[in-house]
Design a protein around this ligand. Structure first.
Ligand code: MN
Length: 286
């Protein structure tokens, strides 16, 4: 299954180039009272919602994907975990490019571990990244994004993939500079997810997917997820050694070589094999 969120918080079931509006499926979600449970409640109850989506789909209105505004398919992730320097060639370029490393020695993912991006930085492709820090370099980083489907703590690598609900495209936008990653990668609009989540029944194996990002039609980053230093099971196991993972938590798996600046007016075109493609505009104003 491919699901998306679009326009004014409509829930969509993606079928080819069209989206069925199955928002009514969310009526089965429980009404909540304070204190609200942790985790994205749509993903917590995903199996029930999914049955409703499939039941409603045949009679649900449909419109072309190209005509909708795509929001982040995960509305309320409790956290966005991200992997730094998780491709060797990106580590190599980061060590030689002073505009990336800002004079600091770039260490390995074994030394850094993972970091967190603020959920408030999250947008969908249709919303656009705002790059209004004129004196600073802001880069795109395309990454395979993993959506967690069930709660887990201290998950073994052997069990890790059973905690995955699906995959989507992530952009880990980054302002280069000396500040900590959690600052530089958590600016509003700096985490993009979309265009939709492909669930693991349709995409069981994301370990060898080609992917690419173009800016204004020019290829900037092009790699394959088989080149991850910490692969998906290792990232899940590593993150869950520290943090309980909840349904709807997102893991951005890291970016390959070719990170490059974007400026207002640019259009990023991101593609991952077996997931899809999407366009994200870069804007200069709010
Ligand atoms: Mn990144």
């Amino acid at each position: 299954m491919r699901f998306c969120r679009f326009d004014d918080d409509r829930l969509g079931l993606v079928e080819g180039d069209a989206v069925r509006d199955v928002t009514a499926a969310t009526d089965i979600l429980p009404a909540l009272r304070w204190p609200f449970p942790r985790g994205d409640q749509f993903m917590t109850h995903f199996e029930d919602v999914r049955r409703e989506m499939e039941r409603l789909a045949p009679s649900a209105p449909s419109k072309p994907i190209a005509e909708v505004k795509l929001l982040s398919p995960i509305a309320n992730p409790g956290k966005i975990v991200a992997a730094p320097v998780n491709y060797q060639l990106h580590l190599d370029e980061s060590r030689v490019d002073t505009e990336i490393n800002f004079g600091s020695h770039v260490r390995t993912i074994e030394e850094y571990g993972v970091f967190l991006k603020a959920p408030s930085s999250l947008i969908g492709p249709g919303e656009g990244v705002v790059a209004d820090w004129a004196d600073r370099r802001i880069d795109h980083e395309i990454e395979l994004a993993v959506v967690i489907g069930k709660q887990g703590f201290r998950i073994s690598e052997a069990d890790a993939l059973s905690y995955v609900a699906g995959y989507t495209i992530g952009l880990d936008m980054t302002i280069r500079g000396t500040e900590d990653r959690s600052f530089r990668k958590s600016l509003d609009t700096f985490s993009v997810l979309g265009p939709w989540v492909v669930t693991t029944d349709e995409l069981p194996d994301a370990s060898a997917l080609d992917f690419e990002i173009k800016v204004n039609g020019v290829t900037k980053q092009k790699s394959n997820t088989s080149l991850l230093i910490f692969d998906i099971p290792r990232l899940i196991s590593y993150a869950s050694k520290a943090y309980t993972l909840y349904p709807g938590d997102v893991i951005m798996t890291g970016t390959p070589e070719g990170v490059a600046p974007v400026v207002p007016g640019d259009v990023m075109h991101a593609w991952i094999d077996k997931i899809g493609e999407t366009e994200v505009a870069v804007r200069g104003t709010w």
